[in-house]
Design a protein. Structure first.
Length: 387
C-alpha cells in the first residue's frame, strides 16, 4: 500500500532521541525544546516561538491569551479541520462560520468585512453581533494546505474593528507570503507537528509571533502559569508543554525543512502534469497560492459529484494498493457546531464532498508516483461511470 502521508525519519531523529535518553531529559525540560523553539521562530520569520503539546492546545492558548472569553464569538472559516473550532469552544466561545474562496480554500476577507458590516455594531468596548448581543473577540483565518490568503486585507479588517488576528497555520511550515515567511503577518500564528504534517514531532505544536509581551503570556500560560522557582501560580494556566523527546524529533525534521517542502511542491506539480488529461472530464487540482507549502495534494471531482463518487474512487484506488481519502467535512455540518452563526457557506458545501487526497509523503518515490497516476486515471473513469 502506498500511504497517504508518512514522515521521513531518516535524518538525526534517532541520534537526538538517544541523547535524550542518555541524559534523562525526556520530559518538558531539555536542550531540544529550546533549540526547537529557536528553529521554528527562524523558519517562520518570527521573533519567538513557544512549543506546545499539540496544535490545538497552541490555538487554545493563543485565543485565551488574546482575551477570548466565555459566550463570545470568533470568526472562522466553515471549511477547516474541526480542531480550529474546538480551540474556540475550549475558550467557552463559539465560532462564527464564514465561507471560503474556491481559489484558495481559505477564508474570504471581503466576505468577512461584508458580514461584519451587515451583522455587527461597534460599541465602546468592542464589536458586537446584533442578533445575539455577543462580542466578536477575534478573527482567525486558516492557512489551508499551506496557502496564505490576502493577509493585508485581513489585517485591515482586524485593525478597523480592534480584533486580535490569530492564524491557524497548522500545516503551513515552509510557506511564504510575497517571498517572506509568514510569522509576522498575524498577532499570533499556530503550527501543528502531527504525524501527517510536512514536519512532525510525532505530535505537538508551536505558537509564533513578534510581540514579546504576547509570546511571554503564551509561554506562561502553557507552563501552568507557574511563578518560578517556587510553587506559586498567578493565574489559571495549562499544562501544554512539548516534551524534549518530541522536540528532539522536531529539530531533526527542521534541519531538512527546505528539502521536505520542495518534495511536497514536486508532488503537486507531478500530479498536475501527469493527470492533466483529466481536466477534460472536469477534474481540477488542489489550489496553491504563490509560496504555498503544498501540504496535501490531490484532485477535485467535477461540480455536481457527491461524496459517494469520491468514496468510490478511493475504494478503487485502495484495491490497487493506493491510499486516498476524502477531506474535511465543514464545521457547520458537525454536530457540536450545527447551531453556530454562519454566512452563506455554499462554496464550502459544494466543495468538500468532491475532494480526494492522494499520496504525498516527502519520501514518495518516482515509481510510486507513477503507480498513483495510473491508478487515479483508472479510478476516476470507474467512479464517473466512464470505465
Amino acid at each position: 500500500m502506498i500511504p497517504l502521508a508518512v514522515p521521513d525519519l531518516t535524518g538525526n531523529e534517532k541520534k537526538y532521541l538517544d541523547n535524550c535518553i542518555d541524559t534523562t531529559f525526556v520530559s518538558s525540560v531539555g536542550e531540544y525544546v529550546t533549540r526547537f523553539e529557536k528553529m521554528v521562530a527562524e523558519a517562520t520569520g518570527s521573533g519567538d516561538a513557544v512549543a506546545t503539546s499539540a496544535g490545538t492546545t497552541g490555538l487554545h492558548t493563543a485565543l485565551h491569551g488574546a482575551g477570548v472569553k466565555y459566550g463570545e464569538l470568533v470568526i472562522l472559516p466553515a471549511f477547516t479541520f474541526i480542531a480550529s473550532a474546538n480551540a474556540v469552544r475550549h475558550c467557552g466561545a463559539d465560532p462564527w462560520l464564514m465561507d471560503v474562496e474556491e481559489s484558495t480554500w481559505c477564508l474570504s476577507p471581503e466576505l468577512v468585512a461584508a458580514e461584519i458590516g451587515e451583522h455587527c455594531e461597534k460599541r465602546g468596548d468592542g464589536l458586537y453581533y446584533r442578533e445575539s448581543g455577543k462580542r466578536v473577540a477575534a478573527l482567525m483565518p486558516v492557512y489551508t494546505l499551506g496557502n496564505i490568503p490576502d493577509m493585508a486585507a485581513f489585517r485591515a479588517v482586524a485593525d478597523e474593528y480592534g480584533l486580535p488576528l490569530i492564524v491557524d497555520a497548522a500545516c503551513a511550515i515552509g510557506a511564504t507570503y510575497n517571498g517572506w515567511p509568514f510569522g509576522s503577518l498575524a498577532d499570533l500564528s499556530v503550527l501543528s507537528f502531527n504525524g501527517n504534517k510536512t514536519i512532525t514531532c510525532g505530535g505537538g505544536g508551536a505558537v509564533v509571533g513578534n510581540c514579546e509581551e504576547q509570546i511571554s503570556l503564551v509561554r506562561h500560560l502553557t507552563t501552568t502559569a507557574r511563578v518560578w522557582p517556587d510553587y506559586d501560580f498567578d493565574m489559571v494556566g495549562f499544562n501544554y508543554r512539548m516534551t524534549n523527546l518530541q522536540a528532539a524529533v522536531g529539530c531533526a525534521q527542521l534541519e531538512r525543512l527546505s528539502e521536505f517542502v520542495a518534495a511536497k511542491r514536486r508532488v503537486r506539480q507531478y500530479y498536475e502534469m501527469e493527470l492533466g488529461e483529466l481536466t477534460e472530464a472536469g477534474i481540477t487540482f488542489f489550489p496553491a497560492t504563490e509560496g504555498s507549502s503544498c501540504w496535501f495534494s490531490g484532485i477535485v471531482l467535477p461540480e455536481g459529484e457527491t461524496l459517494k463518487t469520491a468514496k468510490t474512487v478511493c475504494s478503487c484506488l485502495k484495491e490497487d494498493g493506493i491510499e486516498a481519502r476524502t477531506f474535511w467535512k465543514p464545521v457547520h455540518l458537525q454536530k457540536p457546531y450545527k447551531d453556530c452563526p454562519k454566512s452563506d457557506v455554499s462554496a464550502s458545501e459544494g466543495l468538500w464532498q468532491r475532494i480526494i487526497t492522494l499520496p504525498c509523503s516527502t519520501n514518495i518515490s518516482e515509481e510510486e508516483l507513477t503507480r498513483v497516476a495510473a491508478g487515479v486515471k483508472k479510478a476516476v473513469r470507474w467512479g464517473l461511470g466512464k470505465g
